[in-house]
Design a protein around this ligand. Structure first.
Ligand code: LLP
Length: 396
């Protein structure tokens, strides 16, 4: 088996990706019978590894970025500027200047002041920059509080009553082409997504009645769920039929920005049990991973699906903990597993999205190795940080 083979060569912890699973997800979306012009732009924040980005680019996707770093990596991985969208509620001058000079598809603003900056800088460079406005639709995505982004009172997007479309469309340095929306991540209820799309269509239709406004692109964001403890997902059949209904007879180019859906289930994080500790009435397996390598359980209280490498018939109840000196550094508590021995591998599933991308070097732990396999071939797509890497950029 692939994992056994790789474990002979590399020590844990490492992220292990299956190329076919990423391609399957991309093909699934590409083959949905959507009856309107559309493009999928991968949300790079879900996984910015260059090899993953390059694979996704080769499958015909564009990219959605939220920082100069993500833009740089996307360009490096091969995405064409005209297939890149820049989102984010806190773009710096540096982010904006870089995005403007690269002439990307659209900078979607989330603050009115961004428009002014983009206009002035573009004019100073003799450019006219395509922009979008991210609307805050005040729609609850009915997902976890920590990843909901569509509600009024939140920091995302701009409320419609704050936007002076006429002034923006009269500016010489910007070209308002897009409206965008993204109401959150891990969305199961496709009706919520549709409400946010419908809201955007209505605003665009209204504005397009004006002589000097021509919004031709609607960016519907991402959000398709891949849950950690259930197979429930968006009902894509109904979603697709309703999208077709909503957009029939309209003339918009549609953009979707899926991140998690493309990569989440393509990847496992392989760890090893270092110690088994009896503490009070608990049995705690301490592993060679921590929230530095995979923070989602500690940050969002999700219970990651896990597997143990042995097939012992005896079952015991464990807490699985990392080695960080903090009491939140647990992956899961009170989980029944085949009896664990020191040296067993514990495998976390569904970690391809917001796994490696949210890892850190806290406690000066090297960021882990990443390996990509395709059928029976595999290769390293990120080497483990060395101890010297941990000192890079620091000056005594
Ligand atoms: N577009 C925009 C503007 C976004 O902010 C996001 C994600 C996406 C697209 C992609 O959403 P997706 O399709 O992946 O749901 N770290 C959290 C998820 C944060 C999502 C942030 N924005 C987690 O691990 O659950």
């Amino acid at each position: 088996m692939m994992l056994d083979k790789i474990l002979k060569e590399f020590s844990s912890p490492f992220y292990l990706y299956d190329e076919d699973k990423i391609k399957d997800k991309i093909n699934f979306l590409n083959n949905l019978e959507l009856e309107f012009p559309r493009k999928f732009n991968f949300a790079v924040k879900a996984n910015p590894n260059l090899a993953i980005l390059s694979l996704i680019h080769r499958c015909g996707f564009g990219a959605e970025v939220v920082s100069a770093g993500e833009l740089f990596k996307s360009l490096k991985a091969g995405f064409e500027p005209e297939n890149i969208i820049f989102d984010g509620p806190g773009k710096t001058d540096f982010d904006l200047k870089y995005a403007i000079t690269q002439k990307i598809h659209s900078i979607n603003v989330e603050n009115i002041e961004e428009v002014e900056f983009i206009n002035d800088y573009s004019l100073s460079k003799g450019l006219k920059t395509n922009i979008g406005i991210r609307i805050n639709p005040d729609i609850d995505g009915s997902t976890m509080d920590k990843i909901t982004t569509g509600l009024s009172g939140g920091k995302f997007g701009i409320s419609i009553d704050q936007i002076d479309f006429d002034t923006i469309s009269n500016l010489e340095g910007v070209n308002l082409k897009t409206l965008s929306v993204h109401i959150g991540s891990q969305i199961i209820d496709y009706q919520k997504l549709l409400s946010s799309y419908e809201n955007l269509i209505k605003i665009a239709d209204e504005q397009n009645l004006k002589e000097n406004i021509d919004i031709d692109t609607l960016d519907f964001g991402g959000g398709f769920a891949v849950l950690d403890h259930s197979d429930k997902e968006i009902n894509f059949d109904s979603w697709k039929n309703n999208c077709n209904k909503l957009l029939g007879g309209k003339n918009f180019n549609i953009i979707f920005e899926p991140g998690r859906f493309i990569v989440a289930d393509s990847c496992e994080l392989i760890s090893k049990v270092l110690y088994i500790k009896n503490s009070g009435n608990k049995k705690i397996a301490i592993i060679d991973c921590s929230f530095s390598e995979y923070i989602r359980p500690a940050l969002y209280d999700i219970k990651p699906p896990i597997e143990v490498s042995n097939n012992s018939k005896d079952v015991e109840t464990y807490d699985i903990a990392g080695g960080i000196c903090e009491s939140t550094d647990y992956f899961i508590k009170d989980v029944e597993l085949p009896k664990i021995k020191v040296g067993d591998n514990i495998v976390f599933k569904n970690v391809g999205a917001y796994g490696s991308s949210m890892s850190s070097t806290y406690n000066s732990r090297p960021r882990p190795l990443e390996v990509l396999f395709n059928k029976d071939e595999y290769r390293v797509i990120r080497s483990r940080d060395t101890l010297e890497d941990l000192c890079k950029n620091e000056i005594i």
